[in-house]
Design a protein around this ligand. Structure first.
Ligand code: SF4
Ligand code: SF4
Length: 472
């Protein structure tokens, strides 16, 4: 039976509730009055239930879809302004004991080179990332209790935080590793991680089990209840996601929102972020094998409806997507993107021969970080390297209440300008620098609070004089 605040996976992701939701959406998809009422409700910025969101996703009337897209953009601007936070993934190891059929790291794949970085290699990777200008990483590792034990992950986090190369620093390490125990989540919390990210892949239990035939990840309930254990361990910023295309998108979209509702109901804090990866080609993996792979149009709609259903949650997109798709969804609510990414182990510091492919997936957006920053500036977004919130203790419900009251924008905008300024001083190409300086000047005028504006101007001057790491 469906129970949002239950701690049992099959109760908070109740299969029948998802089926009933999809039927409700199908039955009402031509009910314009109802759909318009829901759009009006979403325009109050308080979010929507999974049933309401499922109906909007089902709506196929162009003018109403257009309204949904416009509202998604408005919500992104209201809560986060026009900053886009930048990050990069860092792959530590592609050894993995699981059998996920959609991932080239699965145990039986003999076509990729297996690698695990030593601490010295991590140091080189981090220096390469700092030299690009990155301040925020998402750590990735396959699940292998012998080769990648928790001690290795913790030591790697410590190494990453300890490296200060020139003006560089990694100020926030988010972690995307396998579901684990409360005790291990406590250790991650103590190591100072930002967000704990774990993708559900699919919420459909039967399909989940056939997509994960072997290894510890094959346990649906243990995987689905991982965020509860992380929260119990005190990690209050968690990141959800499904791999769209593994299963029917309507089912997983509904499951994803039910998971968000569950965290809110059980812990009083919804997800900090939602990522929207979709299945894409990789070594040993062909998208033709996944008949549920989704089109760009559906993808855009999913992003927009998630944005209006959970307005307080950050939304992340990776370089799996092309520049053209990323451009579209930036206007539909995405608030964080990766740039200059390498999805191979050691890919930032050590150029890899093609026959040594160790990548988890093919990158569509292959531009450098500076090219992505330059492009964002052209589009009128503020590329931000901000990591302020968790360092200032603004996590969990504290963070959420600042977002809900609209106050976070008072931090996001000046922090974006100051961290962009650091980037322009230390790493940018001349053209990017010139565009960035123009944008900072213009955006300063939009800071409404005179006191904050005055401090931001003073800090920007000090950054020019060589000081670093200011934040609101
Ligand atoms: Fe391993 Fe994760 Fe790939 Fe599965 S998705 S094979 S757990 S790295
Ligand atoms: Fe993110 Fe907080 Fe920085 Fe805004 S102020 S960009 S929410 S870390």
């Amino acid at each position: 039976m469906y129970k949002a605040d239950s701690k049992i996976a099959e109760e908070f992701i109740d299969h029948q509730e998802i089926l009933d939701t999809l039927e409700y959406a199908r039955n009402n998809k031509s009910n314009r009055d109802l759909i318009e009422q829901l759009i009006d409700k979403a325009a109050q910025f308080k979010g929507l239930s999974h049933r309401e969101a499922a109906l909007l996703l089902e709506c196929d009337q162009p003018d109403l879809t257009e309204r949904i897209f416009r509202l998604a953009q408005e919500i992104k601007h209201k809560f986060y302004g026009n900053r886009i936070v930048m990050f990069a993934p860092l792959y530590l190891s592609n050894y993995c004991v699981n059998g996920c059929v959609y991932c080239p790291y699965h145990l039986k794949n003999k076509t990729i080179a297996r690698k695990k970085l030593t601490q010295e290699e991590i140091r080189k990777e981090v220096i390469a990332l700092q030299d690009m200008g990155h301040k925020r990483l998402a750590l990735e590792a396959g699940e292998d209790p012998l080769r990648n034990p928790m001690e290795y992950i913790l030591e790697s986090i410590q190494t990453i935080y300890s490296i200060k190369h020139k003006n560089g620093a990694i100020r926030r390490v988010n972690v995307n590793i396998a579901a684990t125990t409360v005790e291990n989540y406590r250790k991650l919390k103590d190591a100072g991680i930002g967000t704990y990210i774990l993708f559900q892949e699919t919420y459909h239990k039967e399909n989940y089990e056939s997509l994960h035939p072997t290894g510890p990840k094959s346990k649906y309930a243990y995987h689905t209840e991982a965020m509860d254990r992380a929260m119990e361990a005190g990690i209050d910023d968690v990141g959800l996601g499904v791999l769209f295309g593994l299963n029917t998108y309507r089912y997983d979209f509904t499951g994803l929102l039910m998971h968000a509702e569950h965290l809110e109901a059980a812990f009083g804090v919804g997800p900090h972020t939602i990522s929207v990866p979709r299945i894409c080609p990789a070594a040993d993996i062909a998208t033709q094998d996944f008949p549920d792979a989704i089109s760009d149009d559906i993808f855009c709609k999913i992003v927009a409806v998630i944005r209006i259903a959970v307005p307080y949650t950050g939304m992340i997109i990776s370089t799996r997507e092309s520049a053209a798709t990323r451009r579209k969804v930036l206007n539909l609510g995405i608030s964080q993107i990766s740039g200059g990414s390498r999805t191979s182990v050691g890919g930032y510091a050590i150029p890899e021969a093609p026959e040594e492919n160790s990548a988890q997936f093919d990158i569509s957006d292959t531009r450098t970080l500076d090219e992505v920053v330059n492009w964002l500036l052209d589009l009128g977004h503020i590329p931000s390297f901000c990591t302020a919130c968790y360092r200032a203790g603004r996590t969990g419900d504290r963070f959420m209440s600042l977002v809900k009251s609209g106050q976070i924008a008072n931090c996001c905008a000046p922090n974006a300008l100051m961290t962009l300024k650091e980037y322009l001083e230390d790493y940018a190409a001349p053209d990017t620098r010139a565009k960035g300086i123009r944008l900072i000047k213009k955006e300063l005028e939009h800071i409404p609070n005179p006191k904050i504006k005055e401090i931001a101007i003073r800090n920007l001057k000090e950054i020019e004089e060589g000081k670093r790491d200011f934040r609101f």
